[in-house]
Design a protein around this ligand. Structure first.
Ligand SMILES: NC(=O)c1ccc[n+]([C@@H]2O[C@H](COP(=O)([O-])OP(=O)(O)OC[C@H]3O[C@@H](n4cnc5c(N)ncnc54)[C@H](O)[C@@H]3O)[C@@H](O)[C@H]2O)c1
Length: 343
């Protein structure tokens, strides 16, 4: 029998790309646990088209412990869990903090209880560069001082990491890897899988491609007075398929090092790109001028952040393979897939 892996949030943006990499590069039986609260059921069919085989998803809300336990009882033993499931919108978390804390932390607590009860050996947690808060010194590495995060969403990730650290103190025989993503963007090379959240996107790339496709009349650039080279925010963009590949490497690393314990890795390109630079590069790629407008800063946004990801390079052998142009081109191809399906 194949060993089983749970991928929570497997129908979401990063989870679906990671299922592709896991299916292509590992021999696990993959089971996604996703309630579809921020994803669409047809992601499952899209994945099956890319992979040419069935992908299982159990539509479980991880905050519902009896239903989560039922999934463990159905599939145990489970060799590992990659825990993507969470809500991720910074502005929504500012508007609905209690909802965000409940969803992101109760789901994590429930999953960790099951890790212990069902003796899961390997646990990988999706964290974010947002946990560093406003940093004084760039690039940030894993040991950089963590400041006060800027949003309830970022707090859920910082608190999630803290819960995992405390959980791991007495745990012999469980390996845990925390992966801190910088800004995952782009789409699968097939153009069949990409970012398709149910909630209105609030991150730059989907907003760029939606404006270019005429789905919204203008793109708002939040803030032009940040202390950066052109006044707009600086981010470290990473292709989502590079992020997905890091999970395959992290899982292999955990399995090959049974006494590893807890490890934390940044996943970023190491390069900062400003919002205005991303817009200009995108305009060159699509050969079209975008209607964008600079407005006031948005609550919860950091001025600038980019990574030092040398720890992941050294231990996981992970590096970004894809360029900013690859990220923007693939995001545009994905937008065209969506447009062709709607016409
Ligand atoms: N996308 C980014 O920019 C980014 C950056 C840093 C960290 N992260 C983290 O990576 C993870 C994946 O992000 P994503 O971009 O794929 O998000 P996503 O919203 O596309 O996917 C998350 C999936 O989790 C599911 N989910 C949420 N709460 C759930 C619950 N209680 N029970 C079951 N399913 C639930 C949603 O339905 C969704 O399909 C999240 O933890 C997010 O915080 C994302």
């Amino acid at each position: 029998m194949k060993k089983r892996l749970f991928v929570t949030g497997g129908m979401g943006y990063i989870g679906s790309h990671t299922l592709i990499e896991l299916a292509e590069h590992t021999d696990y039986e993959l089971i996604s646990l996703d309630s579809f609260q921020n994803s669409v059921p047809h992601v499952q069919q899209r994945l099956e088209r890319v992979l040419g085989r069935k992908i299982l998803n159990e539509a479980v809300d991880l905050c519902d412990m009896p239903r989560l336990e039922a999934a463990f009882q159905k599939y145990a033993p489970i060799e590992g869990i990659i825990h993507f499931a969470a809500l991720k919108s910074v502005p929504d978390s500012v508007a609905n903090p209690v909802f965000y804390y409940r969803n992101n932390l109760v789901s994590l607590l429930n999953v960790l209880e099951c890790v212990e009860k069902y003796q899961v050996k390997n646990f990988i947690f999706s964290s974010s560069c947002a946990i560093y808060g406003e940093v004084a010194k760039l690039p940030v590495f894993e040991g950089s001082i963590q400041n006060m995060p800027q949003s309830p969403y970022a707090h859920t990730k910082q608190m999630g990491e803290r819960i995992i650290q405390d959980f791991m103190v007495q745990k012999n025989g469980i390996n845990c890897i925390i992966l801190r993503y910088f800004n995952p963007v782009g789409a699968h090379v097939s153009g069949l899988i990409g970012e398709e959240p149910l909630n209105k996107p609030t991150n730059l790339l989907p907003l760029l491609t939606r404006t270019a496709a005429g789905l919204q009349t203008e793109l708002l650039v939040f803030g032009s007075d940040y202390p950066t080279r052109d006044g707009s925010c600086i981010r470290d963009y990473v292709h989502v398929s590079d992020i997905a590949q890091a999970h395959v490497l992290a899982l292999k690393y955990a399995v090959q090092n049974p006494k590893m314990g807890l490890e934390v890795f940044n996943l970023g390109s190491g390069e900062g790109v400003s919002v205005l630079e991303a817009i200009h590069t995108f305009q060159e790629i699509i050969g079209k001028t975008l209607n964008y407008r600079i407005v006031e800063r948005r609550a919860g946004d950091l001025a600038a952040i980019y990574s030092d990801s040398s720890h992941a390079a050294k231990h996981l052998g992970w590096r970004c393979q894809r360029s900013l142009a690859d990220m923007l081109e693939s995001a545009w191809k994905w937008q065209q897939t969506l447009a062709s399906e709607q016409s």
